[in-house]
Ligand binder design. Structure first.
Ligand code: ASN
Ligand code: ZN
Length: 322
């Protein structure tokens, strides 16, 4: 399946990420860095050596390499979502510089956050094109950094699926905001544009209709469940973190569409509040996370508000008790 072929990080990458993982933030006061944006793009020149050679820094002109320029722009759009909508500076809330490496490996079919930076492969040229074509993928990887600095959801089982889902949520929100799309008009696809024309599929995942993103001879069918009845018990991919994320993904998307309008605004705020309030522990399961989103909705928008009711409805649709 595409999950095992391209989405699961291999063991070497996981070790690298775990060994570099840190929640220690720079000691700069938040107020002083409210909109600090400091991007550095490096080129691994088709090796697996990180970080690679710096090719573009903040304020620099486009360099003409699509991967470098798309990643630079994508980092900016994602930074803008957190800073302008939620008042959160960079990933850590304290202006953390944003670093990315492009042209990682040869025909590398993935993108990842290694604990310190975003890394993007070029794709194999048959199934996948370069991973920087998709803003939702760029923002997904960045959001792994946000989770690392906030709720620290453990990357296994239900908390791992929540970690994945949080990245998909902010991934599509960054994309919807940059496209100026309301929830009811958005595709809710993660990774649109990544598949080359011969692949029978539209994207890596569908948040609104999990399990329908692709159905291809080579890749197989999108394995995501759309509700708890389809929850997949597996030891692969840390307990199916890229599969079971379909369940909380759909809860968010259903709630957003029910509410209507810009999803990053009110519903995105509820998820942001949930992740930054300290109420979600690293081992949270779907039910405790759902309850935390309901509390966050009540705290910000009031009991019985449209937002409160939409959040309850989203979790009910996917069969998660709150
Ligand atoms: N692209 C994958 C992801 O960000 C890589 C990984 O970390 N499993 O989820
Ligand atoms: Zn991920």
């Amino acid at each position: 399946s595409v999950a095992s072929r391209t989405l699961a990080l291999d063991d070497e990458m996981r070790r690298r990420r775990d060994s570099t993982r840190s929640t220690v933030s720079p000691t700069v006061p938040r107020s002083a860095v409210a909109d600090r944006l400091q991007r550095t793009i490096a080129d691994a020149r088709n090796t697996q050596t990180l970080p690679g050679d710096v090719v573009r820094t903040e304020g620099g002109e486009p360099v003409g390499d699509p991967a470098a320029d798309e990643s630079y722009d994508g980092l900016g759009v994602t930074h803008a979502l957190f800073a302008e909508v939620y008042g959160w500076s960079s990933l850590d809330g304290r202006g953390l510089p944003l670093d990315a490496t492009v042209h990682y490996g040869e025909q590398y079919d993935n993108a990842f956050w290694d604990g310190t930076r975003m890394v993007f492969g070029d794709g194999d040229g048959e199934v996948f094109t370069r991973f920087t074509v998709s803003l939702s993928v760029i923002a997904h990887e960045l959001a792994h950094g946000f989770t690392q600095y906030t709720s620290q959801l453990e990357y296994a089982g239900q908390s791992g699926a929540l970690n994945e889902s949080v990245s998909d949520v902010f991934g599509v929100l960054a994309e919807q905001r940059s496209r100026g799309q309301n929830a009811e008009d958005a595709s809710w696809l993660v990774g649109e544009g990544l598949f080359l024309p011969d692949v029978q599929g539209s994207a890596l995942r569908s948040m609104l209709a999990p399990g329908t993103a692709y159905d291809d001879d080579v890749l197989g069918k999108d394995p995501q469940p759309a509700d708890m009845a389809g929850y997949v018990e597996t030891t692969e991919d840390n307990g199916g973190v890229h599969i079971n994320s379909g369940i909380p993904n759909r809860a968010f998307a259903e709630a957003a569409v029910a509410l209507g309008g810009p999803a990053w605004d009110r519903l995105g705020q509820v998820w942001f509040d949930t992740l930054t309030s300290g109420t979600v522990t690293p081992t949270a399961d779907f039910a405790t996370f759902a309850a935390a989103t309901v509390s966050a909705a009540i705290t910000r928008y009031g009991s019985g508000s449209d937002v409160h009711r939409a959040v309850l409805g989203g979790w009910t649709t996917v069969g998660v008790e709150q």
